[in-house]
Design a protein around this ligand. Structure first.
Ligand SMILES: [Zn+2]
Ligand SMILES: [Zn+2]
Ligand SMILES: [Zn+2]
Length: 130
């Protein structure tokens, strides 16, 4: 893949924020690029397995960076939407369960979990983690 300034800036936006970004978020951050350039970049990232689309329970939300567990046509991990801060995170260690369906070829699955993220959950103390 060709390295362009836009591609680097889009990638850095994901790495800096550490959570999923909507098109609106990206447009707000990267005002130096027009919409066409931005969409081309996002599309080529999708094709190359660098980002994937995320759907909230009602609509398309945006994109998340891909992990080791992703392949170009397989991004079946859980997404988590925080009710408090509104952020959406990829949870690459948590796979959507029970999707080996004999006779069916799965191309897409979405699971959006909702609640309080570990930053907003007052009952979460990192020192208690295993
Ligand atoms: Zn992915
Ligand atoms: Zn939160
Ligand atoms: Zn994801």
């Amino acid at each position: 893949m060709r390295v362009t300034a836009c591609r680097i800036d889009v990638l850095n936006s994901f790495l800096e924020t550490g959570h999923a970004l909507s098109v609106k978020d990206l447009e707000g951050k990267l005002t130096q690029y027009d919409r066409v350039t931005l969409y081309c970049t996002l599309n080529s990232f999708i094709c190359n397995g660098i980002i994937h689309k995320i759907f909230s329970n009602i609509a398309f939300f945006g994109f998340g960076i891909c992990y080791d567990t992703c392949s170009p046509d397989h991004h079946h991990h859980v997404h988590f939407k925080c009710d408090e801060c509104g952020s959406i995170e990829c949870l690459p260690s948590y796979h959507i369960p029970g999707l080996e369906i004999p006779g069916y070829k799965l191309t897409e699955a979405n699971l959006m979990a909702k609640g309080l993220c570990c930053n907003c959950n007052p009952n979460w103390h990192p020192e208690n983690a295993q």
